[in-house]
Design a protein around this ligand. Structure first.
Ligand SMILES: [Mg+2]
Length: 258
């Protein structure tokens, strides 16, 4: 047993740009995932998207032909709520996000407030973002609140192009209040990867990670000690700067699962 790697028992995959692009499935991905599942390979999905619950993501995937238990879908919004439940007791939270984030925070025991008297500013994707919300958040941070962010992505695929994402809103807040303490929950932080491995019941050397972004997906996989692959079906590689020698696969069919 020198130098040989354990058999791959599971795959952890990103979603947007890997399994679908917005509403449209990536056909090669659906076929590849069905093939893994037929061979008994475990599959978990880890997404920085905080606009849908795990259950809603699983329903969307089922509609595309990928059947997965919501337990094996991890979203940054739900991970943020879990982080708050584990680390705080009934904190006052000013949240910027979409309804599913508010629901998850309430389930986590957070007291949602609508003014600057908050201990935590929880930030997720909010397509109804207003100056009013930014103003309350910045005032809370100036008052000493901690900023907890679902994900640092600057761009997200939308409507055939790319739209500003949570990282862009976070950049406004950290530029305005540079001393605010910040916690990032989603990729490239390794927490969601570790939770995915726990749910799959596999060790880091028994799983591979695949995503379409070096700075989030591959970085999170590496941080969790997982062999990670970049797939060229999503965010254009040319827009990602230095790939750091990362090996690129054309489709999920090329993921090396022996
Ligand atoms: Mg992606």
């Amino acid at each position: 047993m020198t130098g040989s790697r354990p058999r791959v028992r599971a795959v952890i995959s990103d979603l947007d740009g890997v399994v679908y692009f917005g509403r449209d499935p990536i056909a090669t991905a659906v076929g590849a995932i069905q093939g893994w599942q037929a061979r008994g390979i475990g599959v978990a999905f880890v997404t920085n998207n905080s606009s849908r619950s795990a259950t809603a993501v699983a329903e969307k995937l089922a509609g595309l032909g990928v059947v997965v238990d919501p337990f094996h879908v991890l979203t940054a919004g739900e991970a943020l709520a879990t982080h708050i439940a584990v680390n705080f007791t009934s904190p006052r939270v000013f949240a910027i996000g979409e309804p599913v984030l508010y629901e998850a925070l309430e389930c986590a025991g957070a007291m949602l407030v609508a003014d600057e008297d908050a201990e935590i500013v929880a930030l997720g994707m909010d397509r109804d973002l207003s100056y009013r919300k930014l103003d309350i958040a910045v005032r809370a941070l100036l008052g000493g609140a901690r900023l907890i962010v679902t994900n640092p992505d600057l761009l997200t695929p939308a409507d055939g192009g790319f739209s500003p994402c949570v990282g862009a809103i976070m950049a406004l807040m950290t530029a305005t209040v540079p001393r605010a303490p910040v916690t990032v929950i989603g990729k490239p932080e390794p927490g969601m990867m570790r939770e995915a491995m726990r749910r799959l019941g596999v060790a880091a050397d028994e799983v591979v990670m695949v995503g379409d972004q070096v700075a989030t997906d591959v970085a999170a996989g590496r941080a969790a000690g997982i062999r990670s692959f970049l797939v060229a079906t999503g965010i254009p590689l040319a827009s990602q700067g230095e790939l750091g020698g990362q090996s690129v696969i054309d489709s999920l069919h090329d993921l090396p699962i022996d």
